[in-house]
Write a protein that binds this ligand. Sequence first.
Ligand SMILES: [Cu+2]
Length: 119
Amino acid sequence: MAKRYAGRVTALVLALLVAASCGDGSTSGPDNNNQNPGPNEVRVGNNFFNPSPRTVTAGTTVTWTWNAGSVQHNVTFTGGPSSATQSSGTFTRTFTTAGTFNYLCTVHGAAMSGSIVVQ
Ligand SMILES: [Cu+2]
């Protein structure tokens, strides 16, 4: 009897492990887990920017690419341009002068902030 119960517990634990490892879809591909951004690209995830800081040379156009999902984010520069608040799509800004340009998602505040370092 105890042996049979232990077998059921083992099966349940295995089922939970399988469910946990593929539950949120974040491991389904490079576009979905915000890995491998291009050299002038920043991925917009929940709730982070990857990479940050991103270092580029003057004259570079940086593209932010939203990880398509249900959560809305934006890219808002202090005293500068901002994107729409959206859950998919892109935003671009061309940086012509050297400096550090800080931005954040106003939906999520300082916890979701990033910077572009222009050299
Ligand atoms: Cu956000």
